[in-house]
Design a protein around this ligand. Sequence first.
Ligand SMILES: [Mn+2]
Length: 304
Amino acid sequence: MIEPTNRKVVRILGVPMDLGQQRRGVDMGPSAVRYAGLQERISELDYEVIDMGNLVVPVVEEIANDHSDQHARHLDAVTQVCQELYERTVECMTTSDFSIFLGGDHSMSVGSVTGVASLHKIGVLWVDAHADYNTPTSSPSGNVHGMPVAAILGDEPQPLANIGKPGSKLHPSQMAMIGIRNLDSAERDRLVRSGITVHTMTDIDEHGIALLTRQLISRFKHLDAIHVSLDMDSLDPDFAPGVGTPVPGGLTYREAHLLMELLASSGKVRSMDIVEINPILDNRNRTAELAVELAASLLGQRIM
Ligand SMILES: [Mn+2]
């Protein structure tokens, strides 16, 4: 008989979706992170880790003839996946102390954030090279992975914004971004007017990651929990080459770790996304290995 323990429970759920962008391979992200030893690593920190497996996600060949809107490609399929992820997120969050959602491209975060926001008054920290704040009208590419923040805040695309309940899931003051260094021009104009806190790489260079992270934790201190949405392209491609849209000049290895360590010390983080890992473009799985290291830091791993 297995003795009951007081260990905290971490749940892992994979979302092998590559429909929100046009490079193939990001659907293999959940496998790459599991192969890099996520479960073992977190178990070593004395958590009970339960892997819930993967959501069923259509592959692009199945829906190649869906005549989807070129301003928001595969929106129907992305919406269905996010709807299911929303429901499974509620299940994960109500039966664990911490949940990790493995992408897949960043469009999946509409599902995870909507799920977490339905249970707790949360702040979301969007760790990313990009703001993902386009709408089908402002987007130059029509890739839905550039739109999740707009949907979460109740803007377009409307089918994504209406998952769970119609409209906005967060007040703009509950959303903050860090690592930003690449904005589309219409997106930049929208972002400046949005009320979202944005810390660009320039801000990090000027003030340092520690100060900015402490300010973010303080900004969210009246909220119940923090959700970290970690796009691996926030890191410099020198450290994380296996992403679909690499942008030079990103977070260093130590900056990313310090960000996670300070967030862990806030005691408020209850959930995270790890997205946009593309094993085809990676170098011997090092991007997934780095993601595992960062997840361990967010779950309280310390050097001493
Ligand atoms: Mn992103």
